[in-house]
Write a protein that binds this ligand. Sequence first.
Ligand code: NAD
Length: 413
Amino acid sequence: MKRRDFITKSTLVAAGVGIGLAGCKRLITPAPVPENERIKVGIIGLGDRGSTIIHVLKQLPEIKIIACCDILDFRLEEGLAKINDKAIGYSDYRKMLENKDLEAVIISTPLFEHYPMVMDALDADIHIMCEKAMTYSIEESIAAKLKANQSSKLFQVSYQYQLNPTFNAIKEIIQKGYLGKLTRIDAWWHRNNNWRRPLPRADLERQVNWRLYKEYSGGLMAELGSHQLNMIDNIIGSHPVKVVGTGGIDYWKDGRTVNDNVFALFDYPNGIKASFSSILANKFEEQTIKFYGDKATIVSNRMDEALIYPEDDNDTEWNKDVDAVTGASIKIINKDKGRRIDIPKSFSRNSVFDDNYLQTTWLLYKNFAAAIKGEEPLVMGLKDGYQSSISVHLANKAIREETVEHWLPEYDV
Ligand SMILES: NC(=O)c1ccc[n+]([C@@H]2O[C@H](COP(=O)([O-])OP(=O)(O)OC[C@H]3O[C@@H](n4cnc5c(N)ncnc54)[C@H](O)[C@@H]3O)[C@@H](O)[C@H]2O)c1
């Protein structure tokens, strides 16, 4: 294909679908898997995330849900009704883990419950997919990691956004040096709502709104920040070495005990600095990451698309009308001379979902199933999830105790 044709074609694709990422999805129908090859899993926690996982796994025949568990009767009933295959319902997860047919467990309960469930699942000697953040505290994360290090089974913490094609294209662009020297990353996840969920029954405030209470939750840093920190660690290839922060309950003074705003600064090796902010009183540029290099800046909103802004308009690869960068096509799309990065086909993956959240979750579980079968390695693995968990807790500690926190040698387990 001639260069000009390529530009026109990519431009048309981008114009037709609106944004770069959507243009590179390959939607497929999943192939059936013989019954005896399906991996038998159980899910603990059938709330928002558990329901999403059930929905996603309906389109992943490699995995068969044979058991599920929730302490709330109506959640258990709703969960069982959503599962395609015939599953056994439990109200006590320990009883579920005694089911000898289980090969893997999915833990999608509130954060404070992750640790006992992980430890019991390790004792049951089955594969684990645990929702983020890995555990509620640094001590729990270390203990769980040490125990998991002795296991031959897989342990994945659920950070699905690393499977996003936009994220992987950004990563490659940075690794190939097109941003020059990366010195800073700013990330935020802002909302303009109280972060509350409606109560199905008046007595269920703490069970349903567990995120708002510090005995159960790591607040905004754990629930939202951990996703962004996980991507930042992965781009930099390291964990933070020092953290400071601030935050408070300053807007939603409604009885919650976790901060309604957090802001933390992270020092990484080689002088790279990162920041994460989350607020619940403004949603302008809701979910954004900015990567600053001495040659260019990349801005991504929601990881749906990415724009690149060269520092010097006359002296950069980015001024050409087509790529030279990972096969991506670029074009100026706004008055600030931002260029949209059209994610090249090589970054796209087969998926049955068009929606970003569902697509990346499906890809995460597809990889988990393939890794259990020994067909491919886990995309992230335990070290990755462990690291993000420690980063979250260091930031929360720095904010709550107004301290400067350091990554200590004893965290390297
Ligand atoms: N990866 C992601 O993008 C993503 C998105 C949303 C939530 N999450 C994570 O998923 C987890 C659950 O979040 P959620 O929004 O689904 O919460 P939720 O409150 O909607 O659901 C949690 C469910 O767990 C059940 N539960 C609590 N204790 C239990 C126990 N001991 N045994 C069995 N069931 C129990 C609750 O009754 C509830 O139904 C959290 O760790 C959260 O951070 C991840």
